[in-house]
Ligand binder design. Sequence first.
Ligand code: FUB
Length: 331
Amino acid sequence: MSQFNKPLVTHMYTADPSAHVFEGKIYIYPSHDLEHAATDDHSGQKYAMQDYHVFSMDGIGMPCEDHGEALHIKDVPWASEQMWAPDAAFKNGKYYFYFPAKDKEGIFRIGAAVSDKPMGPFKAEPNYIEGSYSIDPGVFTDEDGRTYMYCGGLWGGQLEKWRTGEFVRGDETMPAGYDGPQGDEPALGPWVAEMNDDMVSFKAKPQEVKILDENGEPIKASDTDRRYFEAPCMHKLGGKYYLSYSTGDTHLICYAESGSPLGPFTYKGVVLEPVVGWTNHHYITQFKDKWYLFYHDSSLSGGVDHLRCIKYTELEIAHDGTITTVKPYAD
Ligand code: FUB
């Protein structure tokens, strides 16, 4: 169908979409990529974003409206740079916006900001969420009303620097400076934390989510086509929980299944094949009776990694939860 797999926004660069149905419309919460002289290393310095815009569509195939700036880094007291992939949630009559940014010590944390309206503007909490670290918050509210945040990203996202429970600084700019699991060691999973009813704090310390292979063994660090890298997203279907995520340096979006929102999850397959540009980042959401995959690529900038554009397409999900792999450039 013609509205799919095309840039949704062309007047600015956008990336890392999350999408929610609020007040009967589809609201999209992406990163806002900026043009600048970029340093190309493994620390992700070239993703130097400073603000967020919120977009909405009245329905599938309808125009995508830019609601303007919803939050700027200058209005976030604890943050210093790199406003990366956000997400949003609704509870208790308020809209909550979650975003990663580096704090004044250069450590990625997750912030929360609140609004009465889905498009913002959002008012940032004075500090980051206590106990949060790394990048890419994905927030999921279960049918019982409990809300969970999934989070974490390797390399520039700093997840592996927290293996001891404390942040251990290393050389973030070199692959050799990667101090996470290697070879046959179990790969790191994202972390999950249940949110308090105030939606701006955690009930308990984040815990790691395990992702297992078909034999019930942890996916290994060397299994780079299947191991978790960043961009966790949760959807639920038929009583089962589906964690989808990016494999980073192998550029896939994969998914894994569990009977519990806390896991362990069992690897199931590929949601989205590699796109133009290094990063692959997505969101799976339902609108009316269909499922949609929101994602990005770098096609609008002619392939510049850090200048991306959000897109979407219909996603085929069978009754047993099996997802048909999206080939983004097949017609
Ligand atoms: O946009 C900056 C980072 O790139 C995101 O946080 C990652 O998921 C990747 O898309």
